[in-house]
Ligand binder design. Sequence first.
Ligand SMILES: *[C@@H]1O[C@H](CO)[C@@H](O)[C@H](O)[C@H]1NC(C)=O
Ligand SMILES: *[C@@H]1O[C@H](CO)[C@@H](O)[C@H](O)[C@H]1NC(C)=O
Length: 397
Amino acid sequence: MANLLSSLFLLFVAAAAVHHRQALSITSPSDVAALKAFKSAVDPASIPRWSCLASWNFSAADPCSVPRRSYFTCGLSCSSSSSGGPAQITLITLDPAGYSGTLSPLVSGLSRLAVLDLSDNSFRGPIPSSLSSLSALTTLSLRANSFSGAVPALAGLKTLQSLDLSYNSLSGSLPSSLSSLPSLTRLDLSFNRLTGSIPKLPPNLLELALRGNSLSGPLSKDSFAGSAQLEVVELGHNSLAGALEPWLFLLPSVQQIDLANNSLARVDVPTPPTAGGGGGGSLVAVDLGFNRIEGLVPGSFASYPQLSSLSLRHNRLRGDIPTEFGRKATLRRLFLDGNYLTGKPPEGLLSRGSAVAFGSLGDNCLRECPASSQLCAPSQKPDAVCKQAYGGGRPRS
Ligand SMILES: *[C@@H]1O[C@H](CO)[C@@H](O)[C@H](O)[C@H]1NC(C)=O
Ligand SMILES: *[C@@H]1O[C@H](CO)[C@@H](O)[C@H](O)[C@H]1NC(C)=O
């Protein structure tokens, strides 16, 4: 009996010791300091009582102590201290609680931080350039906040895979250091106030999204040279001008190209090499609507084996709709409305068996586009407009 009691007592002492050690200092002191600095840069009035940040109480608990009952209940993760050293913060993913304030430059003290995600809050001010010393960072998302100033040069972040700074108020041009991010596969800087041209892109990018900025100039082949994996190119709603050259459509992995609502003047679409592997084989969707593209509708689009969605709406295109479009079995969406297209819609396009399920050929100068066909809405341009567009003569057909 006495024996049992004393072993119970020993057990209790051991448990208390473990508890004591955890409560005292389980997290590396420099990480605790960085985390405190991070929290104190957030406006206290913007921290709701029920939020993750409210549970970060440094005088009540150690950030990495477990179990997390009342303090540090969410918003961060720690490395396990299995190696014997102190635990470190590996992840900060804040809840969208409406936090405002700034992002403390001292967050760079979290030397093992892999994920920093503050999306859907109201952080403001510059994105600290000290983030470039977070050498373990794989994911940075500051999406949908109010950050301003320049896109930080994150040069040297060899591990960064995903960078999402979309829906902020960032200005200036894109840093040329982007090309020195070897692991970056996803870059989203959409809906900011970025200007200038597109610099050389990171070599392993899969997804590029720069929609809704004020980027200008022609697209340069040099920027995309080496983008062998690039699948998604979203550059809509900018001020890009000049010609789209054949190389764009022949990027080896490209699937989606969105350049709608820019100021493009010409497009040169090559016929993709048939043997496969030569690029263009994966192209599924192209949106070049709302530009100033002149010339004929490129019939070569029909030779992209997977193309299922094409928009050239609201440009300055003339001439007939290529007959190939009437026979293209993969083409499900076709928007050619708002141009000066003439002649008769090609055989097959308006027929019952047509592959095209969505789209419009309306607001052109077409003959014989019957109002009974949905594809023909809205109605064609008035004769006078078409005559003027074709120099006063009869529209060519
Ligand atoms: C933090 O915890 C301490 C000790 O439990 C408590 O006195 C203090 O009020 C807490 N602070 C906040 C802001 O909740
Ligand atoms: C194109 O973008 C401008 C400015 O972003 C906007 O005002 C306009 O409505 C857009 N046009 C279309 C057709 O989306």
